[in-house]
Ligand binder design. Structure first.
Ligand SMILES: [Cu+2]
Length: 488
């Protein structure tokens, strides 16, 4: 249904619905007086080295009381997959086995690699087969991820839980006094939400937003963190919802990294907006908190302007959710004693990025968000994705400015494969300092044009295309995706 029409229809009874809002009466949260019940945050195991073996298979997870939920996981995980730790400069090989009963693909989100290794819709991994891409890790230290990218199946495979994080390390990051003990003071956080059927199966209907939040596949997650600077590597792995993150006492925290690596210096914020596909690395100082005290990392999603995904006031229907237009916790943090190697100071300087500027640009192109009216799917430039349709052709080594214009109904999360870009302008005002680093995914709110600059270097092919698309997987599956070739 058209979002505005849906909004108009629900406005009449939004008040009634908000008064009868249900709580999750199953696993959690069970609130008795002021004491809530939490589940311990699952920390994905890590894989290291230069050869990575991933096996995607069906699994189950006890997410609610009663029946288990059918899920997908890599390497035996009951939801999601291991965190791959790679070093910049390494030549890596990945052996990805698909033990599902249908084809999938595995995309290395954010990686600068040849198109044929990218794991987009064309690199099919048929059921029962293994795909073995290999490439040099050329990206900066940062937080990346892998996920399915099979056209028209991406939302379904993601919903079941297929995905994982990738942490890249490099000498610049390693030389800094930053928290980097994984699972101790360096914590991965994968944010999403789900709906369930009456038999506890994941709801695969057209609903865009889950009623029940999951952090690393854990509902009502809690974690004990040491009384010192802690690093959180956060991924928005939603279908469509954005997260306006902050802490329950409104404390200042520091963005140190964007999608493609470290910022030049920490950026102090009290909120950070993350759209689907985006990553931030943040530092939060727990050094002044008493051991035994607690605080929450929360999504402050109430009161957003229309077009913020998950800000719609309705709680039912395709664009409704119990979490819409509310502030809700994504992680309960219990503060414990500091570790012997605690980081107790914020680095003043992180790295020196050399960003592209308008003066570097050798070619400009515009992409207009279209469609979305009535039953018409969202698209780019009135073109739906076509398997053999090349929408853009880029000269190898071109430094291009892409302007994405959105005068059309709703916000989107725009992702370009192959490259990392610099956001140089937003028509509605300044580019946020929290998004001033290298990016591969950018929020394009309704009523705004966003310009980004990237260099398309190293990899050319006259036949193997890269994708650009909306990272809302329901929009992507609906055809809001285009293909580009980088040619000699
Ligand atoms: Cu979209």
């Amino acid at each position: 249904m058209h979002k505005i029409l849906a909004l108009v229809i629900i406005l009449g009874f939004a008040f009634v619905v908000s008064c009868s809002k249900q709580s999750d009466t199953t696993v959690t949260p069970t609130t008795t007086g002021t004491t809530a019940t939490y589940n311990d945050l699952w920390i994905p195991p890590t894989l290291t080295g230069t050869t990575f073996t991933l096996t995607l298979a069906k699994s189950t997870k006890q997410l609610r009381t009663g029946a288990v939920t059918n899920t997908y996981g890599y390497n035996g995980a009951s939801f999601w997959g291991p965190t791959l730790i790679m070093n910049k400069g390494d030549l890596v090989k990945l052996n990805v086995t698909n033990n599902l009963s249908e084809a999938t693909t595995t995309h290395w989100h954010g990686f600068h690699i040849p198109a044929i290794m990218d794991g987009g819709p064309h690199q099919l991994i048929e059921a029962g087969t293994t795909w073995s891409p290999s490439f040099e890790v050329k990206n900066n230290a940062g937080t990346y991820w892998y996920h399915p990218h099979l056209h028209e199946k991406t939302k379904e495979h993601l919903t079941y839980g297929a995905g994982g994080l990738i942490i890249i390390k490099d000498p610049i990051e390693s030389a800094l006094a930053l928290p980097r003990t994984y699972g101790e003071d360096d914590i991965p956080l994968v944010l999403t939400s789900r709906n369930y059927t009456s038999t506890n199966a994941f709801d695969l209907s057209a609903r865009a937003y889950g009623d029940y939040q999951l952090t690393n596949g854990t509902s009502s997650a809690q974690v004990s963190l040491p009384k010192q600077y802690v690093r959180l590597r956060i991924l928005n792995a939603e279908i469509e919802r954005g997260y306006n993150l902050g802490f329950s006492d409104n404390r200042t925290f520091y963005v140190i990294g964007n999608d493609g690596g470290l910022l030049d210096a920490p950026v102090a914020v009290t909120r950070v907006k993350m759209m689907v596909g985006e990553r931030v690395e943040i530092l939060v100082n727990l050094g002044n908190d008493a051991a035994g005290s607690s605080l929450d990392l929360k999504a402050y999603n109430s009161g957003q302007a229309f077009g913020f995904p998950g800000g719609e006031p309705n709680s039912t229907g395709d664009f409704g959710s119990l979490l819409n237009n509310t502030d809700f916790p994504v992680l309960h943090i219990n503060v414990k004693a500091a570790t012997p190697t605690a980081i107790t100071a914020l680095p003043a300087k992180l790295t020196t990025n050399t960003y592209w500027t308008t003066a570097d640009v050798t070619n400009s192109r515009t992409i207009t968000i279209t469609g979305g009216q009535g039953a018409t799917a969202f698209s780019f430039d009135n073109n739906l994705y076509g398997e053999t349709k090349i929408n853009q052709t880029i000269k190898l080594n071109a430094i291009e400015k892409w302007t994405i214009t959105n005068n059309n109904i709703f916000g989107h999360s725009f992702h370009i494969h192959d490259i990392q870009f610099k956001i140089i302008s937003r028509s509605s005002g300044a580019v946020g300092t929290h998004e001033s680093g290298w990016k591969d995914t950018v929020y394009v709110p309704v009523g705004e044009s966003v310009s980004v600059i990237a260099k398309f270097d190293d990899f050319a092919s006259s036949t193997n295309a890269y994708m650009y698309h909306c990272h809302f997987s329901n929009h992507e599956d609906g055809g809001m995706m285009g293909q580009f070739l980088v040619t000699q």
